[in-house]
Design a protein around this ligand. Structure first.
Ligand code: MN3
Length: 339
């Protein structure tokens, strides 16, 4: 190799290495969706500038550094969080820091009196009594979190709302989290989130922050994670479905006890469909016809179970046919069937 080719080669190699190193901007800090002073007087401009521009930027930079040149570059933020137990500490802290703060900026707003969606509000009432008790619970958990951390409202694996706290930059998406779920609202209780304005008074910061929570945005997260069921506005059909699910699924595993004891209850739920109002969007001739079939089938099944010659095979078959009729209604009422 001549000296010249060696030099060219070396230069190219250096350039290439440099290029691949600087190409490393997998994760980026998004701009704040409002001005730094927009959340005043509850969160001051200087805190926002340092919190977003220095702390969050730091997590992003360190995360990019930690995954640079490794296979981890191909993973999404959520995928990284889901396996932090097997990754270096720097990834746990900085992937957590990036995710947590991204959500935090999103669920804050200078807009006044943002509204919760009806379904989200109902879920809050069912789980925590009302919005005020949810706030109280989160304030209490946030105050009790020792040192730095976060307090979360999550949708857990059972699609239910739950409140939990986590230390440092951990969050409920991490495989190491004792309580798992998808966060829809997170409040930063690190001192860097409040110290300039509130000093050591974390409880004051926690009471103030509710003035700038964007309930529209939190509702959107909830609606996405817990989509509306097709029969949510048709209580009588939901009631029928409940008995159907609780009797049919055991029967598939050879357990006919539930249907044997509840066939009359199921018939009553089916008959109730005849008198209750059908939601407008589903009130069509074909749906009504199939409801009649559902009532007939429930009658037949109940009669069979109460007859002396009830044989398990016949009961199973009759229940399975009834289940098919129910699913015909589900099909008729599903969005893709609407023309
Ligand atoms: Mn922070």
């Amino acid at each position: 190799m001549t000296k010249l080719t060696a030099i060219i080669c070396l230069t190219l190699c250096t350039l290439f290495a440099k290029y691949t190193a600087t190409a490393q901007t997998i994760f980026e800090l998004r701009k704040l969706p409002y001005d730094h002073n927009a959340l005043e007087p509850y969160i001051d401009k200087e805190t926002m500038q340092i919190h977003h521009g220095k702390h969050h930027q730091g997590y992003v930079n360190n995360l990019n550094k930690a995954i640079a040149g490794t296979e981890l570059e191909k993973l999404s933020l959520e995928e990284l969080l889901g396996r932090v137990s097997k990754l270096p500490e720097a990834i746990r802290n900085n992937a957590g820091g990036h995710y947590n703060h991204s959500l935090f900026w999103e669920i804050l707003t200078p807009k006044k009196d943002t509204k919760l969606s009806a379904r989200f509000e109902k879920a809050i009432s069912e789980t925590f009594t009302n919005l005020d008790s949810l706030k109280r619970l989160m304030n209490q958990k946030g105050s009790a979190q020792f040192g730095s951390g976060w307090v979360w409202l999550i949708v857990n694996e059972n699609k239910k709302l739950e409140v939990c706290a986590s230390p440092n930059q951990d969050n409920p998406l991490m495989d190491i989290a004792p309580i798992k779920g998808k966060p829809i609202l997170g409040i930063d209780v690190w001192e860097h989130a409040y110290y300039l304005k509130y000093q050591n008074k974390r409880a004051d910061y926690l009471s103030a922050i509710w003035n700038v929570v964007n309930w529209e945005e939190v509702s959107k997260h909830y609606e996405k994670l817990v989509p509306k069921g097709i029969f949510d506005d048709w209580q009588t059909m939901k009631d029928f479905h409940k008995v159907m699910a609780q009797t049919f699924h055991p029967s598939e595993e050879g357990n006919l006890q539930p249907i044997k004891t509840r066939s009359q209850e199921m018939l009553k739920k089916a008959e109730a469909l005849k008198t209750a109002t059908i939601p407008k969007e589903f009130d069509r001739r074909e749906v009504r016809k199939t409801i009649d079939q559902l009532i007939d089938g429930s009658k037949k099944l109940d009669k069979l179970i109460n007859s002396k010659k009830a044989d398990d095979k016949a009961i199973s078959k009759s229940l399975s046919e009834l289940h098919d009729v129910f699913h015909k209604i589900v099909g008729l009422c599903s969005p893709e069937e609407h023309h």
